[in-house]
Write a protein that binds this ligand. Structure first.
Ligand code: HEM
Length: 144
């Protein structure tokens, strides 16, 4: 179960990150072009929102199954070790915060009426979320 979840979380990370980057750029272009925000734009933004939430769900389960998650945090010594602190505390906390910010961006865009404001809500909040996520990826274990 652990290995399966680890592979799923690792593979989904590519999809979620790619979707967030593409949606953000698409919304930015939409805003700059001054065109109308359509239902297609909302659905497109929803792809990034959903993938981020699936990753959140898998990450939460993984956190309690992995030896690098909750057990490491409560086992003692994780705070003093940079690598352990990243997967046991910083990565989960910052990523949950990032996904909340992405959700706010999407939900606000859904409720707003002015097209440019709707595009802005998506590209700005998705960009903040992305910066937070990228700042706390365990790069060495992922791509190393
Ligand atoms: C969009 C959000 C997220 C992304 C893009 C992401 C991405 C990643 C990546 C790339 C890795 C390294 C995988 C590897 O070494 O092959 C990782 C590891 C991990 N992530 Fe996430 N993650 C996200 C959210 C979360 C959340 C919300 C949690 C927990 C609440 C979490 C828990 C973990 C844990 C415990 C590991 C270490 C797993 C292990 O190797 O045993 N992640 N994540």
């Amino acid at each position: 179960m652990y290995t399966g979840l680890q592979h799923l979380h690792s593979g989904l990370a590519y999809l979620a990150l790619a979707a967030l980057v593409i949606v953000m750029i698409y919304a930015l272009i939409g805003s700059l072009s001054g065109r109308e925000f359509t239902e297609k734009d909302r659905k497109f933004a929803m792809i990034g929102f959903i993938l981020a939430h699936i990753q959140l769900l898998v990450g939460l389960i993984l956190y309690f199954v992995s030896p690098l998650g909750f057990s490491l945090l409560t086992g003692g010594g994780a705070m003093g070790d940079k690598v352990a602190r990243l997967t046991a505390l910083e990565h989960p906390v910052i990523n949950i915060l990032a996904i909340i910010i992405i959700s706010v961006g999407y939900i606000r865009a859904k409720k707003m009426t002015e097209s440019r404001a709707r595009f802005r809500s998506i590209y700005m909040m998705y960009a903040i979320g992305l910066v937070l996520i990228l700042s706390r990826i365990p790069w060495s274990s992922w791509l190393g």
